[in-house]
Design a protein around this ligand. Structure first.
Ligand SMILES: NC(=O)c1ccc[n+]([C@@H]2O[C@H](COP(=O)([O-])OP(=O)(O)OC[C@H]3O[C@@H](n4cnc5c(N)ncnc54)[C@H](OP(=O)(O)O)[C@@H]3O)[C@@H](O)[C@H]2O)c1
Length: 415
């Protein structure tokens, strides 16, 4: 939940009201803003910012709100839409509703409708985890994808310990082979499927050699219950060791304009080994969409507002980090896009094997986000944008210390 007196509910950056209206309408209709602007005669007040009929650098635009199959990407051997959908929900305070971890609550039917709309819009990659809820998100995903299961790729994650009787965390990580095999049975039931297309270890277990984890996965693959596997936030050597046991399809780490850590080591290793990369929090937990201002304050609400504990969003850091939002807004305007679209397009432009999974609770945002696939950058534009982003120092850690220490962990050696 956010408290923000100056909050702009659309948050699409450009101050000009007609242009903002244009972007919002484009988002709701799921069309590229330049298409609408091409149909709108520029008024005196919009003459400086009116979009050209087709902006330079815009490639094969998706004008229908449908992701074109021609833009599919590969995660290892898996082919998926260029943008996926993150499905991370926890129980809401209201019975029958779900909350994301960023202060939004929707009823379960709306969540199901959101997923089905994504399928109708060409999204084929759906990300969830046993831990989201726990169990709740997998159940919603399973219900929503019934009937279209064969058209989509489901990715989920194991690796923590839960008590299934009370759907609560026992605390601690658990990637023992027998545990993985046991929890996969529950996942298949909740997801209403006979196979998991891409199964990730959510966090490396410091007690279990990654070779043993890969061994369990190989058994599950032999049984047809799992088709591909990946790791989330692993250490570099753990990636190499796992891949040597059995080829990894994807690494899933946080990556966005707000957190560019994977560029140092993880992305080069993925490139070297032919592993796909799925950035989580591609929108910087909403920050890059332009809806958060220096005055925004996050209000504690249990699991339902994670950002309250995130150092980079503490008031002083937030104020300093707004410099990045200014970059995003400036470039969004330059590319006739919304800030959210610009943030996703930047990720897509980094490597052809990167597939972001933005989370949202709103169909309008979903459609807006898919519009990012229509935005391309020339080599010169990308160099300039990358250099500009790199020049903005980000203050404050990306995660609370207790969560941060689970990242980059190396699995113990196999003896
Ligand atoms: N592997 C891991 O450890 C891990 C960790 C975290 C997340 N994940 C996965 O990654 C997915 C995405 O990450 P995330 O949800 O943490 O962060 P995110 O996608 O960076 O940000 C989600 C936030 O952005 C807002 N948003 C999305 N589109 C918007 C738009 N067009 N305009 C304005 N606001 C917009 C959403 O609000 P609205 O609801 O208002 O749109 C929400 O508050 C999750 O759903 C989950 O599946 C994985």
């Amino acid at each position: 939940m956010t408290r923000n007196d100056k909050h702009d509910p659309h948050g699409h950056g450009p101050a000009d009201p007609q242009r903002r209206q244009l972007l919002a309408t484009a988002a709701i209709l799921g069309v590229a803003p330049w298409l609408l602007s091409a149909c709108t005669a520029p008024s005196a007040s919009t003459a400086n910012t009116a979009a050209p009929a087709q902006p330079a650098g815009t490639g094969s635009a998706t004008t229908t709100g449908i992701l074109p199959t021609s833009q599919r990407r590969k995660l290892g051997a898996l082919e998926v839409s260029s943008i996926g959908l993150g499905c991370q929900w926890v129980p809401a305070a209201v019975e029958g509703s779900v909350s994301d971890r960023y202060g939004s609550t929707i009823d379960r039917k709306t969540a199901i409708n959101l997923i089905r709309t994504a399928v109708d819009s060409g999204v084929t990659l759906f990300d969830t985890a046993e831990a989201y809820g726990p169990y709740l998100s997998e159940e919603v995903v399973g219900e929503a994808l019934q009937g279209v299961r064969d058209q989509v790729v489901i990715e989920t994650k194991y690796g923590f310990s839960f008590d299934p009787k009370v759907a609560a965390a026992r605390g601690g990580r658990d990637s023992r082979p027998e545990h993985i095999k046991q929890v996969v049975e529950g996942m298949l039931k909740r997801l209403r499927t006979d196979r998991i297309d891409l199964l990730y270890q959510h966090r490396v277990d410091p007690q279990v050699p990654i070779e043993d984890v890969a061994g369990a996965i190989k058994d599950l693959i032999a049984e047809g219950k799992v088709l591909n596997y990946g790791l989330s936030e692993p250490g570099i050597q753990t990636i190499r060791r796992a891949h040597a046991e059995h080829p990894l399809a994807a690494i899933q780490n946080e990556y966005s304009m707000l957190w560019r850590g994977p560029e140092a080591e993880v992305l080069p290793v993925c490139e070297e080994l032919g592993i796909g990369f799925v950035p989580w929090s591609p929108m910087g937990m909403g920050f890059l969409s332009g809806t958060i201002t220096a005055e925004t304050r996050f209000v504690p609400d249990g699991d339902r507002e994670f950002r309250v504990a995130v150092p980079r969003f503490a008031p002083d850091n937030l104020r300093a980090n707004m410099a990045l939002v200014e970059v995003v807004k400036t470039w969004a305007q330059r590319k006739n896009a919304t800030p959210a679209q610009l943030a996703l397009a930047w990720l897509l432009a980094q490597k052809p094997w990167i597939v972001p999974i933005p989370g949202t609770t709103k169909i309008a945002h979903l459609k807006e986000n898919l519009g990012a696939a229509a935005i391309t950058f020339s080599g010169e534009e990308l160099r300039e944008l990358n250099a500009t982003v790199a020049a903005v120092p980000i203050q404050g850690d990306r995660l609370p210390p207790g969560v941060m220490q689970l990242s980059g962990v190396e699995a113990p050696p196999k003896r």
